[in-house]
Write a protein of this length. Structure first.
Length: 346
């Protein structure tokens, strides 16, 4: 409001102050309510004992330069990494459905068959090492492995650098991020940075462990308790429900003698260290999204979760579970499925 002389009236400042005060009070109230809800949730989690659970909710994705993530995504879906352009990272890792290819053994360049089941790329940034045998300590190291594997992509990194550098869009994108442009290290870094964003949050187990007691059914809760009491959590724990240790396949039974037809891939970590104590030792896989990643194990011999649970119980725990126990554990394992990444492949 203004007086007849055009000067601001006294009422306008009072009105502005009252409106501002109301907004501030509303904002403060909302903030207090949000903090109260967080405290209530933390209190519930503590009282329910969830803070001491062997499985932890999935963490948030690390902060990354979105330009580098975008560049890594483009490379992930580009056949330029393979010698003949036929194989992409996405060929063996379906990001929208479990992060693997659903095959016992993956098919590489010129139709060549690999010797192991492709591990999921989802949540792989949480693994303490990469590959079944742990031969790569980081995602950056892992990213270069399939490129130079003659069975997978059949390339050499210098050749890939040359092909990528010859494309203006790639060259410009790398130059904008790195003073030295396209290099093998930067290629690996870009792909690894993208892969670290491929988390699958909001699984029922995450909601349950964060205080939502209704996130799991009674059967799933029973399955979780069986999963713990049977001893599965000895190897499958933490935020990734695995992926943080090595273990022998066949702790309480000779799995390979019973299966037969032993291949070099079955030697596991021994192929890296050449230590006899590492024969048949593998990186424990993550069980997140496990209902989407059949077949199971490094050899892809278990076609169903039911079969995988029975084999693990027999050879890792020395137990024979009842059909009902297996059913309950499988029900629990399905609570580990989170939101699948929605990635624009263009």
């Amino acid at each position: 409001m203004r007086d007849p002389g055009g000067k601001p009236g006294r009422h306008s400042s009072r009105f502005f102050s009252a409106r501002t005060l109301a907004v501030l009070m509303c904002s403060t109230l909302l903030a207090c309510q949000a903090e109260s809800e967080r405290r209530t949730r933390r209190s519930f989690v503590a009282q329910a004992g969830f803070e001491n659970e062997p499985i932890r909710p999935l963490p948030a994705a690390p902060e990354s330069d979105p330009r580098l993530v975008s560049l890594g995504k483009k490379l992930f879906f580009d056949g330029i990494l393979s010698a003949d352009g036929s194989i992409r990272c996405a060929t063996c890792h379906d990001i929208g459905s479990g992060g693997d290819d659903g095959k016992q053994h993956s098919t590489g360049i010129a139709g060549k068959q690999g010797g192991v089941n492709a591990p999921t790329v989802l949540n792989s940034g949480l693994n303490f090492v990469q590959f079944w045998d742990g031969r790569a300590g980081t995602l950056e190291e892992q990213a270069g492995g399939p490129v130079e594997n003659p069975i997978e992509m059949g390339s050499k990194l210098p050749e890939v650098v040359a092909r990528v550098s010859a494309k203006k869009d790639y060259k410009d994108a790398f130059s904008a991020l790195f003073p030295d442009g396209v290099t093998a290290d930067h290629l690996r870094e870009a792909i690894a940075t993208f892969e670290r964003t491929l988390l699958t949050p909001d699984a029922p187990i995450d909601r349950y462990l964060s205080g939502d007691s209704n996130a799991l059914t009674a059967e799933q809760k029973e399955g979780y308790e069986l999963f713990k009491s049977a001893g599965c959590i000895a190897c499958h724990q933490g935020a990734n429900v695995g992926g943080n240790m090595f273990q022998r396949f066949g702790v309480l039974g000779n799995y390979f003698a019973e299966r037969g037809n032993i291949t070099q891939a079955d030697y596991g970590r021994f192929n890296v260290t050449h230590e006899e104590s590492d024969r048949h030792v593998f990186r424990v896989p993550s069980l997140r999204n496990v209902e989407l990643t059949a077949p199971y194990f490094h050899d892809g011999t278990a076609e169903t979760l039911d079969r995988a649970v029975r084999v693990m119980a027999k050879f890792q725990l020395g137990r024979q579970l009842t059909d009902l126990q297996v059913e309950r554990i499988v029900a629990f394992l399905k609570t580990l499925t989170g939101k699948q990444p929605q990635v624009d492949k263009s």
